[in-house]
Design a protein around this ligand. Sequence first.
Ligand code: AMP
Ligand code: TRP
Length: 360
Amino acid sequence: MGRPGTGKLTMAFVERVFSGVQPTGNLHLGNYLGAIVNFVKLQETHNCLYCVVDMHAITQPVEVWGGPAELARNTREVTAAFIAAGIDPKKHIVFNQSQVLEHAELAWIFNCVARIGWLNRMTQFKDKAGKDREAASVGLYDYPVLMAADILVYRATHVPVGEDQKQHLELSRDIAQKFNNDFAESIRGHGFDDGLFFPQPEPLITGPATRVMSLRDGTKKMSKSDASDNSRINLTDDADTIAQKIRKAKTDPEPLPSEEKGLETRPEADNLVGIYAALSGRTKADLLGEFGGGQFSAFKNSLVELCVTKLSPIASEMKRLVADPGYVDQVLFDGAARARVIAAETMQATRDIVGFVSKR
Ligand code: AMP
Ligand code: TRP
């Protein structure tokens, strides 16, 4: 048998990076250090797709994502943040999820591959749904399946994310593997002699700040949805706001330790030193060599300066871009057109493998 449906798809997986960020407002330092900084770096070594996942945003109650006008505004703002941070939308692909219909189409097939038991184990669903699980949307429950489709519709091999997405990535791997098993014979019949149609996407959870914590409570992660704006540094904060938030950041009465071991039982101190390390490219040990034994105030002053130096150029570039929605929309439109070409190939082969009859 020939290779009907496989089109230009090759058997060997091309290394490809995919990641997504939800347009749910308040992009913060955790998003930047845990995800976006790595997106920028990976451009040098890989073909990358960076997606504003608007279909994921609407899985939460409308009051959380803010309604249509807010969703559109936040979609443009995340796009602006990508570009301002150094992602090149000409060399790589930047787009919003809802413009490429294949994500939803593959998610349906994956709904029939994933098991309810797998989804029942997802801790993020439990956190987001809260006590009244029955009132959560079906979409929130199904969120990780759509995420697997996002990645695998491009047969992406590497996925840079923060620590909180690890479990979702494991689910994506399980879905890829079960699809390959369930349809093994058909996959071989369509020319994939090794029986592997979807790759097992590898999480890239790297860098010194894969989990940035709240400035108000070192045991909670920094989050877009925390009621206290003082808990996070937003990418759009101006210099005065950054300074205020860092000066107010919770610490303990002890001076900074001189060795890393001394940070183990001090989550707030550990978090601030971690942020400093990530932004400066220095190690925690090196920083404690300089600031250990001293009071927090001197360390915080230096951290304010570092944050402002690193973040203000991004904030002002974001402001400039957001003021030009025509340009931002064009980036998303062009990106979606290029993404669609790859997604359409995967989908046609997937339909053939599953046995959906279609005109070719
Ligand atoms: P989200 O805002 O949930 O769409 O997250 C976008 C990206 O930022 C994902 O890769 C997350 O893992 C990452 N991220 C979100 N919050 C944090 C945090 N506090 N520390 C590190 N990474 C984070
Ligand atoms: N769930 C991710 C988050 O909240 C966002 C996301 C959606 C994503 N689809 C993805 C991340 C695919 C990586 C790959 O952060």
